[in-house]
Write a protein that binds this ligand. Sequence first.
Ligand code: 6LW
Length: 507
Amino acid sequence: MTTTAALPNPLIAGFHPDPSVVRVGDTWYLATSTFEYLPGIPIHRSTDFVEWELIGHVATRPGQLDVENVPTAGGAWAPTLRHRDGVFHVVVTDAMGRGMLHFTATDPAGPWSDGDLLTVPDGSRSLDGIDPDIAWDAEGTAYITYSGLILGGPDAGTHTGIQQARVDLGTHRALEEPRSLWSGVGGMFPEAPHLYEIEGRWYLLIAEGGTERGHGVSLARADSPEGPFEAAPNNPLVSARSTTRPVQNTGHGDLVTGPDGEWVCVLLGVRPRGMTRAFSALGRETFVTRVTWQPDGWPTIEPVPLNPRPGRRVEVAFSPETVLDGGWIAVRSLPTDHADLTSRPGWMRLDADGSTLGDPRPVFVGRRQVHLGQRTSVTLDVSAGIGGLAVRYDERFHVEVEAGAGEIVARAVVGDLVQEWREPLSAPVLTLHIDCAPGSSAVSFAPAIHALHLAATVEEERIALAEVDGRFLSSEVTESFTGRVIGVYAREGMIDATAWVAEGDDE
Ligand code: 6LW
């Protein structure tokens, strides 16, 4: 494999946090978190660790996750993807939803199972924790290792460190009360445990320091999967804390051997921009870095290099043949719950249901923003309704260009603050534009590098509507686990959409 310095980084751009990777022969599969969006838990595949193809999702059917009713940032947190005896396994927490779940599939592209709850020994309730990992010892005993976190009830938010229990994967019940394992070297929020048997030793990799600027990856080892674990002498093995590195928040790692047999670590990171590199527009993305095993039996992990892929352009002419590819996502619902691709050939019809972008389940179908500098446009026919093009972080943070009922409205919603710019609309078919200014690798004092330019083209005339400070739509301001999603929505009546174009780069 080319060195990680030559690997593209981010490996998978746009909000794809909490990556977990598994190697099967000479093919790699990678799963990431999706929170309140569906379809849930995308599976990417690669045969060279450079190009990654989205091949499917774990959660594609109602009931697999209970995200329909989760609060913002609830839902699918931190899957672990593993493979054993021809079966793919995903363990994940449906936070504030179903609880800790175990999914299986023989084809990682799907279909996946309905998901079984991993419970305490008497089967009465889910194991209390997030970031579950699954590993087997030589006898086939299954170990679930997780970050103890109480998500509901009067003790919600209580962290209990890294926990582990042997589990019967037939009954999905723990076989014992959980035991506490090594929980790091003092960073807050020990989480994201992964257990590996490497050359006869058991290694426990965890994240600690929290998923913001203090994030890091630490390691310990033992002779047994149950410990006792001895900490590496050089923890955290990788962290961007207290550095000016362009990739920050690096943590939540998973180890695997690459095509050349060398070890690598996939992990999450952000690409903040601004005067103090404080605002990460895209949220937490998947990165990779190299691991080198040292003579003392401990590895070192390189700081995460930034090596953005070249810019790309995505064009979508909606038709039944382009049944919304897995890149399209919706909020607490599936894109196909909203998108009608047959009533008007070449157009995607959205029928409003009275919800708006401020509601938990808007009629909204979108794609992750994947470039710091991204220009997105869509052509709408609003002769029978009101709808638009939006950049969404969540119900309280979104910016949109909306058209219908004789006017065009640019709108910025930042918490309880709403600002609107209005123009008369002279024709029912128009193109809406949201251009996210290119991030600047240079430290810039101007918010311009975060500006969102809102515009509309009506009867071939482009009308500049507003420029909004994009720092408000960043993971730091919104305190979000997800990232920017740019999509089409309907607010009243019905709207038709076509000619979706998203292009950009990371210069
Ligand atoms: C994930 C945990 C975390 O379960 O955030 O901050 C949660 N770290 O590892 C969601 O990404």
